[in-house]
Design a protein around this ligand. Structure first.
Ligand SMILES: Nc1ncnc2c1ncn2[C@@H]1O[C@H](COP(=O)(O)OP(=O)(O)OP(=O)(O)O)[C@@H](O)[C@H]1O
Ligand SMILES: [Mg+2]
Length: 244
């Protein structure tokens, strides 16, 4: 397969292979505050990759496997909130372990690219920074839930909280906000700063995307990053891609 032979060409002569060389597929995660456009951009990137002949699995957290979807309901309904942030972090980790084992790893091993709406960084930020769960617990849970499955690329969508709030309100119509949407403005400010700090700590993996422009403009920024990070010859830019 063209994709696999390109990967072999990128292997270094020494040292252990990177995860992306052990698994043929690429693992891309989207992170960022609520209403920043993650789900919108996940769908747009998947369509674009597929248009370039790449098999893609789109998935999301919490959830993404039958067991994890059950836990998703418990978490997002707020039923677990009285148990406290430590227990919430454990539930997220339980869901993630199931998701990785049943959905993500099999897809990567089969050569698919996996595009995931939220992943372990969400636990670092929501439970670790905002919930003040002990860092040792966060790290331990991450080890057991994902092992060495670090994303190849994490796109952090960044948007002022007021703009994100407006988008969420419009999207929701008359429906009630979920457990995390219902937090106050200060919570969302801290969330934004925590994501920016996380991205700054891991610049090799994380790229901050300005999510304040149109859906198409944001998609173009993301496509440029994907092209520059991964084999640029894999998916040549079209004339439309080059118009900014
Ligand atoms: N660039 C954009 N400009 C204007 N509206 C947008 C843009 N991107 C997304 N939206 C709209 O904003 C709303 C929120 O987008 P989306 O659901 O993709 O965000 P999200 O980050 O997945 O939110 P959540 O964290 O709550 O899952 C949707 O109604 C979507 O259509
Ligand atoms: Mg979403």
């Amino acid at each position: 397969m063209a994709l696999q032979s390109k990967k072999r060409a990128s292997e270094g002569p020494d040292g252990p292979p990177a995860r992306s060389e052990r698994s043929p597929g690429k693992f891309i995660t989207f992170e960022g505050g609520e209403g920043t456009g993650k789900s919108t951009q996940v769908a747009m990137l998947a369509l674009r990759l597929e248009a370039h002949g790449i098999a893609v699995l789109v998935t999301r957290e919490p959830g993404g496997s039958p067991g994890a979807e059950i836990i998703r309901h418990v978490l997002l309904s707020g039923a677990a909130k009285p148990l406290g942030p430590d227990a919430e972090a454990m539930l997220f980790a339980a869901a993630r372990e199931d998701h990785v084992r049943c959905t993500i790893k099999p897809a990567l091993d089969s050569g698919k690219w996996v595009v995931c709406d939220r992943f372990a960084d969400s636990t670092r930020v929501y439970q670790g920074v905002l919930g003040q769960v002990d860092q040792r617990l966060i790290n331990g849970l991450e080890r057991v839930s994902i092992g060495d499955l670090s994303p190849d690329l994490t796109l952090v969508l960044d948007l002022p909280v007021e703009a994100a709030f407006e988008r969420r309100t419009r999207r929701r119509g008359g429906a009630a906000p979920d457990r995390f949407e219902a937090e106050d403005l200060e919570f969302h400010q801290k969330l934004r700063q925590a994501y920016l700090a996380l991205a700054a700590r891991e610049p090799h993996r994380c790229v901050v995307i300005d999510a304040g422009t149109s859906k198409e403009e944001v998609a173009k920024q993301i496509w440029r990053v994907v092209n520059s990070r991964f084999d640029p010859g894999m998916a040549p830019l079209t004339a439309e891609d080059l118009v900014s």
